[in-house]
Write a new protein. Sequence first.
Length: 207
Amino acid sequence: MAPGRKRSPSELTQPPTTTPMTPFYVDVPMHTSNEGTSSSNGGKPLPITIKPSDGKQTGKYCEKLSNEIGLTVRQHAPVRVEKWKQMPRAEINTMLDRIKHFKKFPTVVEAKRNPHESVSNQEDWDYLCDRFSSEEFKRRSAINSVNRSKMPFHHRGGSRSFIQHGLQVSTENGEMVGQIELFKLVHWKSQDGWINQEARDYYVRLF
């Protein structure tokens, strides 16, 4: 609007313009599940809706797309990464699985003979075994374990993000879910109640 220009009554009462959420379509081979693949979707690409406000993906197939992206990252991301913050987010859980697999064996030599299924290159697996058995890695793991124990509570949301849980409930109920309700959704269940007392106390303090 030009400086000094007065807006007309119609401009003052006109609601702000919003950008509708328009789905775009992806045609990817879904390795993680047969359900929702292009073939079972009438041979059409899967619709993924992106929210213009924050760029987040929504819709029926958004979780499947996230899983597929995670699988692709696990297959192609480099394993020789020194620090957790250097890893792609989708790779962290796989690296934790590799550590658990390594700890199953009594010696490093035996562990090297049994690579984790996500590591196809023997040299990469040997590198990981040497790293997992190093004193520096053990020291860092002990520190991280202590830090995790200090977290007051964890959520029950599984692999879905908070946004995905909120959108699912909003779709089912026809109403948007606020942040406080969403907190309760992922920390409380009717069968078991709150995940712990700390989560309940935090929820009460939100009001």
